[in-house]
Design a protein around this ligand. Structure first.
Ligand code: PLP
Length: 407
């Protein structure tokens, strides 16, 4: 498949946080799409910055973030964790967002964009159902038809989120091909978009996909680091931490937490990925170690694939990190050395989920527990200011916690 939006580059990237005109972060990104999607993706590309930067859009977006999502989320000094690790540890409380995670920052932005593009119908893909719920939520808010594609196997595994989506008025359509999981749901969503190019907007749930999705999702999530800078300045006198730590599935919460620090070299960036049962166990999602360059879901990035380019099924105990690729911005930051990747096993994540619960009185999402576990592998000094992005709360993972921890 060729990169249909590719054209001679007219601007070199000035910030590592933003792609060039063709959607490239260094050698990663672009828009590798079937020709039948060209019209939809090109319409988005031409309009997303113009619309999202407009005064009217910003006014409505910021009002909804404040009154519907509950922003700004607190930046909380975790006193007992700080004592334990011998550093100054702050938690960015995305777990306190409406619907329980950062994902809604993006879906609120995209629903406003879809409205302004005149779209009457929303489609989305979902794995564990978190993005499906965040999408169904904003569609209900705006009274727009919502169809969520979900693998038939995932529909069985994630019954509470399926019920949430239905209660919010969304239609959940099973994807019955292949392994009947996220990858197959994504294929179904793309097929739908090809067949409905005029009235439908596809809300992608992470900082992945063809340009402009990674940049668009990153900008919507960048409110996280915008707030961190303001709040950290109030706490410590400086807007910049020594470290910012976030888990990476596709990469949206990490992209948002890193965004405003990327061009400040004194802030060390730690991207935490899932090592499943061990990086080399054959049951892992440690893309930065196991991945090679290739194309997945519309962009060039690093992904887990066989020698002949078949996607390797990833594994992680946390559904949100169970993805065979990473967003192109993270591929760029990691391969250029700007970000350091740390891989965390299922066992470490479970241990730290419990530890954070008992140390701070916060039950984190399994994804976020990976970010906490990374603290153990960092060489921290007492004076180091560390911000951990607490991407979501653990309610959705209670079933796994009950089974894995014998609760
Ligand atoms: C979905 C999810 C993630 C992973 O997605 P990213 O796009 O990498 O942020 C992380 N944490 C939580 C709580 C999630 O729901």
């Amino acid at each position: 498949m060729t990169d249909l939006l590719d054209a001679p580059t007219t601007k070199t990237t000035i910030s590592q946080a933003q792609p060039d005109n063709n959607g490239y972060y260094g050698e990663f990104g672009g828009a590798y799409i079937p020709e039948m999607l060209y019209h939809n993706v090109e319409t988005l590309r031409k309009n997303y910055l113009k619309i999202t930067k407009s005064k009217a859009f910003q006014k409505e977006y910021k009002a909804l973030l404040r009154d519907f999502v509950g922003r700004p989320t607190p930046l909380y000094f975790a006193e007992r964790l700080s004592q334990h690790f011998g550093a100054q540890i702050y938690l960015k409380r995305e777990d306190l967002c409406h619907t329980g995670a950062h994902k809604v920052n993006n879906t609120v932005g995209q629903i406003l964009l879809a409205q302004r593009l005149g779209k009457k119908r929303i489609i989305a893909e979902t794995g564990a159902g978190q993005h499906g719920v965040a999408t169904a939520t904003v569609c209900a808010l705006k009274g727009i038809e919502c169809i969520v594609y979900m693998g038939a196997v995932d529909i069985k595994r994630q019954a509470p989120n399926v019920a949430r989506m239905k209660m919010l008025g969304a239609e959940v359509r099973p994807a019955t091909s292949g392994s009947q999981t996220l990858k197959d749901a994504t294929n179904e969503a793309i097929r739908d978009w090809i067949n409905n190019p005029e009235d439908t907007h596809y809300i992608i749930g992470s900082a992945i996909g063809p340009h402009p999705y990674p940049d668009m999702v990153t900008r919507f999530q960048s409110v996280i680091s915008e707030e961190i800078m303001k709040q950290l300045k109030e706490h410590t006198g400086s807007p910049n931490p020594d470290y910012v730590v976030a888990c990476v599935g596709g990469g949206s919460n990490a992209a948002g937490a890193f965004y405003h620090f990327i061009d400040t070299p004194s802030v060390k960036i730690i991207a935490v990925e899932a090592a499943g049962e061990g990086v080399h166990s054959g049951k892992s999602a440690a893309t930065s170690v196991l991945g090679t360059k290739g194309v997945i879901h519309g962009c060039r990035t690093i992904l887990m694939q066989t020698d002949d380019g078949q996607i390797v099924e990833p594994h992680s105990i946390s559904a949100g990190l169970d993805y065979p690729g990473i967003g192109p911005m993270h591929a760029h930051l990691i391969t250029t050395g700007r970000a350091q990747a740390i891989s965390i096993t299922d066992a470490d994540a479970l241990e730290f989920a419990t530890f954070v619960a008992r140390t701070e009185g916060i039950i984190p999402a399994l994804e976020s527990a990976h970010a906490f576990a990374a603290l153990k592998y960092m060489d921290l000094k007492k004076s180091d200011v560390v911000v951990v992005n607490l991407s979501g709360r653990g309610d959705k993972d209670l079933d796994t916690y009950m089974r894995s921890l014998n609760l």
